[in-house]
Design a protein around this ligand. Structure first.
Ligand code: ITT
Length: 209
């Protein structure tokens, strides 16, 4: 049976970034929406890794023959003791626009000097394989909270996430550039390697039977 990757996310922006990196594997990639899977997942873990695993396991129960992946990610602002962290999408309410959420953080950091505006995006990706194995990886990107909203690309907190080395926010980068540097890009490349290794090994074992 052809191996498929199913990504347990309802976030279309994540899917675009995921496809750019995982398409090299040569396996078909589906989002759970494309397979009409609509399951209520309670993300009650206390870390990005735990929540990624909760999402992947919930969908893997419905699709036991597929490689099911999930991403849990967010923004950690050091000046706010790591907030919003695992609550990044729930911060100020799921239905509040990111324009408003971003302005709230700019206000909270008003007058805070450069060296105290450090922040990072974190992305944990969990994979549940048809043999029951579970793997988790983490990627990060370091930056700062900008002084104003800038850029139209990306999603979520990208317009306030400034990367000093590049002199712009992740919302001002083209998608390829963001993926080359980002927390999700790094985590996806690590997971792509795990999947490649695993199926290379399985093929060798299959051939020796
Ligand atoms: P799924 O759970 O369905 O995957 P979600 O959007 O709810 O989608 P998370 O629970 O992982 O995803 O929340 C991640 C939030 O963190 C996301 O909604 C953004 O607000 C923020 N975030 C994560 N990665 C980001 C990125 O690359 N750029 C900007 N904001 C990001």
């Amino acid at each position: 049976m052809e191996k498929r990757i199913v990504f347990a996310t309802g976030n279309q922006n994540k899917m675009t970034e995921i496809r750019m990196i995982l398409e090299d594997l040569g396996m078909p990639i589906y989002s759970m929406n494309e397979l009409h899977i609509d399951t209520d997942i309670v993300e009650d873990g206390i870390s990005f890794e735990e929540n990624a695993e909760i999402k992947a396991r919930a969908v893997a129960r419905l699709l036991p023959h597929d490689i099911v992946l999930a991403d849990d990610s967010g923004l950690e602002i050091d000046y706010l003791d790591g907030a919003p962290g695992i609550y990044s999408s729930r911060f100020a309410g799921e239905d509040t626009s990111y324009d408003i959420k971003n302005r709230i953080f700019l206000d909270k950091l008003e007058g805070v000097p450069e060296e105290e505006r450090t922040a990072r995006f974190v992305c944990a990706i969990a994979a549940v394989f048809p043999d029951g194995n579970v793997e988790t990886v983490r990627g990060t990107i370091e930056g700062q909270i900008a002084h104003e909203i800038a850029g139209e690309n990306g999603f979520g907190y990208d317009p306030i996430f400034y990367v000093p080395e590049y002199g712009c926010t992740t919302a001002e980068m083209d998608p390829e550039k963001k993926n080359a540097l980002s927390h999700r890009g790094n985590a996806l490349r690590a997971m792509r390697k795990i999947i490649e290794e695993k199926y290379k090994k399985d093929e060798v074992e299959d051939e020796s039977v």
